[in-house]
Design a protein. Structure first.
Lengths: 240, 477
């Protein structure tokens, strides 16, 4: 405040210059650093918030959808992963899937469905993610033309996993990354490994982090698709 | 030999210590500035790398077959640019300041966080944190590591509270889990801080050594200057001695010439003087009246013969090289005797030699001649028109029991140009002088192993000072 008083009392340009030098010498840098730190912290926070925002939660089919063209073996639980072939976030999901298969590959059958939207070029879905999935031992990689299978499994975001037990009943639905496109320990992977090791029959969930499988906003909400799925599910109820 | 004790040694040690501290601070400042520049370049490189990584690794976010730029691209461009901006500005504007270091530490840790995000949390990218700590250790300032570690701990603490799954993989981690993550950072900090402490110790040791070397160099340079000065003095003395030798040789040649001339002229001169005396007696003794013109010429002959006789006598005296025969010789009566032989005219001559003055050993004849010449010179220096002309002769003991004799007049003084040559033979400022009187004085004083000097200010008379060394034995009268 000294410099302000100095300016008010009036006086010479020298005192004003001195006050300005003090402001420029100490207050301005401190303020600049504070603003910088606040701005960067907000930016990092926003990025973290984005990466920690899961896709809208979906109600999975309670039993294996009969309309599905996927084969299901009766002696092992079946894991279905629905993925967008170009979603960079799914790279982390495939990494976690490889971890899962390395730890419990003998106790589960895994299918990875890469959604292929209608009207895209040939082999549009044959990306590096496809090749990564193919490289995981024990994983069957398939193309899902038009997202038909994805709809049957109520998947709206890349990285959605639905795990069915040997009876064809859903025991887990969700993702296996801790945040969007982030490798590392996560609740979904831990729950699946627990289910596969102790055979717990209780259904478990985990958030899904990934790109939308369809450009239709309806897919993000429990709208027409969900109703369609519900209808399909109800038709397939009791027919594992 | 260096004095290892006492106040000089203490002052020297304090000066070396001060210089060592100054050198250490300069070195540390240069380390800070160098590290600042390194981080400024690193900030630019990380920004470019982050942008390239975002475009290569996650260029688009997809919704079905529709693509849009991924948030990572925006984050790399804008958030990365923001993180790098302030460190670069501070490095340019305030290199070496603590603020710049701490901001660099914060920014570097933030870059680790951003790169971890951009690479999808790959475990390999987490090593960036440890690499960053190693880079920050370039500052050799433990506070920088502390700031970086605090940012890491705060990041984990806040994210552990707000988004625990993203950090720990579980929804409800224990409160201390952030410490578990920070532990490895602290572990590396500890190792780096030990390394930095060693480095600082080495820097201090280097500064002390450099300060000691500088002090030694300074002493050597000072010693060299002393030697150079001594050599200059010796050279100057040698040149002076050489000039003295040349002068002495010249004087010797002149003395030889004077002796020859004096000797050769003495006999013809005696014959001429006898003849002139005879003619004068005959002419003045005759009854016939003498032509006034003849009378005048006889006077001229007589006067000029006297002058010529004086010149010949001076030449012979100057040329005579006789070692002084030193005997105790009271100064007071010797001065009285010399005064009695000088034609003083209207000038008052005052002998102020103390009666109780110790008796020096002198060659009586030579020193009387010295006194006569000096007193005569002083009398002749005073204009004949002066009514208060005075010459004072003093005697006193000088340093180390030597004897000083001085002759002072109140004449018009000696011009500075003349005073430097006044003891040279054949140099005179008088119209009728031979220029040998003072040269004879100087020769005789030198023969007594003494020295003679003149002090004069124009208009305030002159004083001739003779210093005879203590080597001339003295005894009390």
């Amino acid at each position: 405040m000294g410099y302000l008083l100095g300016m008010r009392s009036g006086p010479s340009g020298g005192r004003i210059r001195l006050a300005w030098e003090r402001v420029r010498g100490s207050l301005l840098p401190t303020a600049a650093i504070g603003i910088w730190f606040l701005g960067v912290a907000i930016g990092v926070g926003a990025l973290q918030r984005y990466k920690s925002s899961p896709a809208p939660e979906q109600v999975p089919p309670s039993v294996w959808p009969t309309a599905s063209q996927l084969p299901r073996v009766a002696d092992k639980p079946t894991l279905v992963l629905v993925a967008h072939p170009r979603c960079p976030c799914t790279r982390a999901t495939l990494h976690e899937l490889s971890v899962l298969m390395a730890r419990a590959g003998a106790r589960v059958t895994a299918d990875v469905l890469f959604v292929r939207p209608t009207g895209v070029a040939t082999d549009w879905e044959k990306t590096d993610l496809w090749r990564s999935a193919e490289a995981i031992p024990g994983v069957n990689v398939r193309s899902d033309e038009g997202g038909h299978e994805a709809a049957l499994f109520h998947a709206v975001a890349s990285g959605q996993i639905v795990l069915f037990n040997t009876a064809g009943r859903e025991i887990f639905a969700g993702g296996i990354t801790g945040s969007r496109g982030h490798e590392g320990d996560n609740p979904g992977l831990t729950r699946i490994l627990t289910l596969l090791s102790n055979g717990n029959a209780e259904s478990a969930k985990a958030p899904v982090f990934g790109c939308a499988l369809s450009e239709s906003r309806d897919l993000d909400k429990k709208g027409a698709l969900a109703r369609l799925i519900d209808d399909g599910s109800s038709r397939s109820e009791g027919r594992p | 030999m260096t004095d290892t004790n006492g106040p000089n040694a203490t002052a020297h040690a304090a000066a070396v210590s001060r210089r060592a501290t100054q050198l250490f601070e300069e070195h540390r400042s240069s380390v800070y500035k160098r590290a600042d520049r390194l981080f400024a370049r690193l900030m630019v490189a990380q920004w470019l790398f982050g942008i390239a990584l975002a475009f290569a690794y996650s260029p688009y976010a997809w919704a079905g077959k529709q693509a849009s730029l991924h948030v990572h691209v925006y984050a790399a461009l804008f958030l990365g640019g923001a993180i790098s901006s302030l460190p670069i500005v501070l490095t340019l504007r305030r290199p070496g300041s603590p603020t710049t270091r701490y901001v660099n530490a914060i920014a570097q840790v933030l870059w680790s966080a951003l790169l971890i995000h951009l690479t999808g949390g790959r475990i390999e990218t987490h090593f960036h944190v440890f690499g960053s700590l190693a880079f920050l250790a370039f500052y050799r300032d433990w506070r920088v590591l502390l700031v970086a570690t605090m940012v890491v701990a705060c990041d984990h603490l806040l994210r552990g509270i707000m988004w625990p799954e993203s950090v720990y993989g579980i929804a409800n981690p224990e409160w201390w889990r952030f410490l578990e993550h920070a532990w490895w950072v602290l572990f590396e900090d500890t190792i780096l801080i030990f390394g930095m402490a060693d480095s600082i110790r080495e820097m201090r040791a280097i500064a002390v050594r450099q300060a000691e070397v500088e002090a030694l160099s300074e002493r050597l340079a000072h010693s060299e200057q002393e030697k150079s000065r001594s050599l200059d003095v010796a050279l100057s003395d040698l040149q002076r001695s050489h000039l003295v030798v040349l002068k002495t040789e010249k004087l010797a040649a002149l003395g030889q010439l004077a002796a020859t001339i004096g000797h050769e002229l003495r006999n013809p001169f005696a014959a001429v003087r006898n003849a002139a005396s005879y003619v004068s007696r005959k002419l003045t003794g005759s009854a016939a009246p003498l032509d006034p013109k003849v009378q005048e010429f006889l006077s001229i002959i007589e006067r000029e013969l006297a002058v010529s006789g004086k010149i010949i006598a001076d030449l012979l005296e100057f040329a005579r090289e006789r070692e002084p025969q030193l005997k105790p010789c009271p100064l007071l009566p010797l001065v009285d005797e010399a005064v009695g032989l000088v034609n003083a005219g209207r000038v008052r001559i005052d002998n102020q030699v103390p009666r109780d003055m110790p008796v020096p050993s002198l060659d009586r004849d030579q020193f009387r001649q010295v006194l006569i010449n000096l007193i005569q010179n002083a009398v002749e220096a005073i204009p004949s028109s002066a009514t208060n002309g005075q010459v004072i002769i003093r005697g006193e003991l000088s340093g180390a029991s030597g004897v000083r004799v001085s002759v002072t007049d109140n004449g018009p003084g000696i011009p500075h140009e003349a005073s430097t040559r006044i003891f040279e033979p054949m140099f005179t400022t008088k119209t009728k002088g031979t220029g040998l009187g003072l040269a004879i004085v100087a020769n005789m004083v030198r023969a007594h192993r003494g020295s003679i000097d003149v002090k004069s200010a124009p208009g305030n008379g002159a004083t001739f000072i003779i210093d005879l060394p203590a080597a001339i034995p003295t005894e009390l009268a």
